[in-house]
Design a protein around this ligand. Structure first.
Ligand SMILES: C[S@@+](CC[C@H](N)C(=O)[O-])C[C@H]1O[C@@H](n2cnc3c(N)ncnc32)[C@H](O)[C@@H]1O
Length: 318
């Protein structure tokens, strides 16, 4: 999702909206889970398509955002069921709200909205002078400040390498540990300036040297990859036969998890070929619909820059 201003208010622009609605294969009366409600752009289109006989469970772990953005959904009455929580607990959230299972579709539009990313109180953006925080769910104890100021050099180096795919992970981790001997690293700007001093500026690169470091810290703080793996696994039992799973991801680590998950569940046996009979017990659960990921058109990228890294994958429960 991205933001643009209509002159007065900040409004949201959902990524791959038409494509995801089409691939969810919506029709009146269907029951759908939007596990990443955000600004409600996808949810609104889903509700319009499923009509008053349908039902939508709208999950978000950012309570403030959920309350604010769902305010205008009153007209959908009982069709709209907002719930605060982590989508990795999707089955529990559905049962706590008496949402009817199985469902006909699950949508995941991962990451954070531009409004969250640009919120000066949250420290997501390396250009902002706000306190390092980056928590999606602000009731959770671990913030970016804790990671940056308390993690040991090896832990920092590991997350920069694994979650940021940063080649200079150790050098940056060491610079952070040296710096904080003098004072804590408090703001996003302070951290990005330190990274820049350590490894140099953009040097002709499209991305700022701190981009990968911020991505890594955000993933660590929010347990993003674990949450994704959990919600994908849970979706198998939640989807009705013929139900669709649609996932929009924004970086290669997420996309790889989705791709591998789809692959794993779209084959009926993973035993080595030398085994005369199947011993793995694996069942084919999904039919992949998007052989290659769907990406935004040039026109969408022009209107909404955040969409440029989006990849959509869809599969059907069989
Ligand atoms: C990119 S935005 C979704 C935008 C939305 N599709 C729209 O059209 O407005 C992602 C949303 O998912 C939420 N989110 C991310 N990870 C989550 C998780 N593990 N559990 C629940 N919500 C999560 C974020 O707080 C954010 O509001």
């Amino acid at each position: 999702m991205d933001e643009k201003t209509d002159g007065k208010n900040l409004v949201h622009k959902s990524v791959l909206l038409e494509e995801s609605i089409h691939l969810l294969n919506l029709s009146p009366g269907k029951k759908i889970i939007d596990a990443t409600f955000g600004g409600g752009g996808h949810s609104r289109s889903i509700l319009e398509a499923i009509g008053p006989g349908g039902k939508l469970l709208a999950i978000d772990w950012d309570r403030e955002n959920l309350e604010k953005m769902s305010g205008s959904f009153g007209k959908y009455g009982e069709s709209f069921v907002p719930v605060w929580g982590n989508f990795s607990h999707v089955a529990k959230l559905a049962s706590a709200t008496n949402f009817p299972i199985p469902v006909d579709g699950i949508l995941l539009d991962l990451g954070f909205s531009s409004l969250q990313m640009d919120d000066r109180t949250r420290g997501f953006s390396f250009q902002s002078d706000s306190k390092l925080d980056m928590r999606g769910d602000r009731t959770r104890p671990l913030s970016a400040w804790d990671v940056v100021n308390f993690y040991k050099v090896d832990e920092l180096s590991r997350i920069f390498r694994s979650f940021g795919e940063e080649r200079k992970a150790f050098v940056i981790a060491k610079a952070i540990v040296e710096y904080r001997k003098e004072k804590p690293i408090d703001t996003a700007l302070e951290l990005s300036a330190l990274v820049e001093r350590t490894v140099g500026g953009r040097k002709g690169s499209r991305i700022h040297p701190a981009t990968r470091i911020f991505q890594a810290i955000r993933i660590e703080v929010n347990g993003e990859l674990d949450n994704l793996e959990r919600v994908l696994e849970a979706s198998i039992d939640l989807l009705a036969v013929g139900g669709r799973l649609v996932v929009i991801s924004f970086h290669s680590l997420e996309d790889r998890i989705v791709k591998n998950f789809f692959k794993k569940h779209s084959v009926s046996c993973v035993c080595p070929p030398r085994f005369p009979i199947c011993r793995c017990g694996q069942r084919k659960n999904l039919e992949i619909i998007t052989k290659k990921p769907v990406v935004p058109t040039g026109e969408e990228v022009d209107i909404n820059r955040r969409s440029r890294s989006a990849k959509l994958r869809a599969a059907e429960r069989i």
